[in-house]
Design a protein around this ligand. Structure first.
Ligand code: ZN
Length: 296
């Protein structure tokens, strides 16, 4: 099997859907590319955001609901999600975040200059500068994640040996890993022990790793199943996937690149309408009545 090349998407739990929409679309400038429901809970949206072209490695999704439990960031979770912005734009973003009244701190992440801030539901985010220049300052995609593992050495071994990520540096505090895709996405594992986290508002639920197609997903599922419990392959409408936990208790998903977000909407109109899988279409009126109205 080909080693993992990139992150397919990251999914997090948050509260009010309109606060979520406002922040990621209007403040960070991402595009809402899919409005659908949580397939496990029809009273909850599942909102997908990406860059304008919906490039691979740029998708972040949310399960927003006021009544989600409050989360606590800790071991077995993602500590922080980093987005990549073009070279020499961090100063622009500082001014811009100030204007938007988003509090930030200057820091370093993946040994690059970074801005640290939180979304309205206290999810920890960062912007880091890419090597590439662009004509605009917009977010290019996901750059990587900081992981808090219940067992950092096992998470490291798992990501290297099973998933094919490359170790490029080790310091007393962190392991630095790189993915092989053209995006050069990175993963940083904290080596220090952290108290166990609790899933809920303000925390990442899972990271989905990209696999090319259903056949390779099946091979991955068999390989992982030899050592760890993994769910059956599920149809997620825009991809097929299976979920499991790494030895450090972090939830992962393996997700196919296809069929993709244009399976039920055109590229130009992505995100404009509530999309439901066929089995829920006849309940559409009820489902829509139970969901808060989005400020589109
Ligand atoms: Zn997912």
């Amino acid at each position: 099997m080909k080693p993992i090349q990139r992150i397919h998407h990251i999914s997090a739990t948050v509260a009010d859907p309109n606060e979520n929409l406002y922040f990621y679309r209007d403040v960070l400038g991402l595009r809402l590319v899919k409005q659908t429901i949580n397939f496990e809970n029809k009273a909850m949206y599942h909102l997908y955001f990406a860059n304008e072209q919906v490039d691979p490695g740029s998708v972040i999704t949310f399960f927003p609901h006021e009544e989600n439990p409050i989360g606590r960031v800790g071991a077995g979770q993602v500590r922080r999600i980093a987005f990549r912005v073009p070279k020499n734009t961090l100063h622009y973003w500082e001014t811009y975040l100030n204007k938007q009244a988003v509090a930030y701190t200057e820091d370093t992440l993946f040994q690059k200059s970074a801005l640290f801030f939180q979304d309205p539901h206290h999810l920890h985010l960062a912007l880091v500068e890419a090597e590439e220049t662009r004509e605009d300052q917009q977010i290019i995609g996901l750059h990587g994640v900081e992981l808090l593992s219940s067992d950092p050495i096992y998470t490291l071994e798992f990501l290297m040996q099973e998933m094919g990520l490359l170790l490029h540096k080790m310091t007393p505090k962190y392991y630095y890993l790189k993915m092989r895709g053209v995006e050069g996405q990175e993963v940083l594992i904290h080596r220090k022990f952290t108290k166990r986290g609790r899933l809920g508002i303000g925390t990442v639920h899972h990271i989905a790793w990209s696999v090319p197609d259903k056949e390779s997903l099946k091979s991955w599922e068999e390989t992982i199943a030899a050592h760890y419990p993994i769910t059956a392959i599920q149809n997620r409408q825009y991809f097929y996937s299976a979920y499991f936990k790494d030895p450090g208790q972090i939830i992962y998903e393996l997700a196919t690149d296809g069929p993709g977000f244009t399976v039920d909407e055109s590229l130009a109109t992505l995100g404009s309408t509530l999309m439901l899988p066929d089995q829920y279409e006849e309940e559409r009126a009820d489902i829509e009545r139970n969901l808060p109205k989005l400020n589109l």
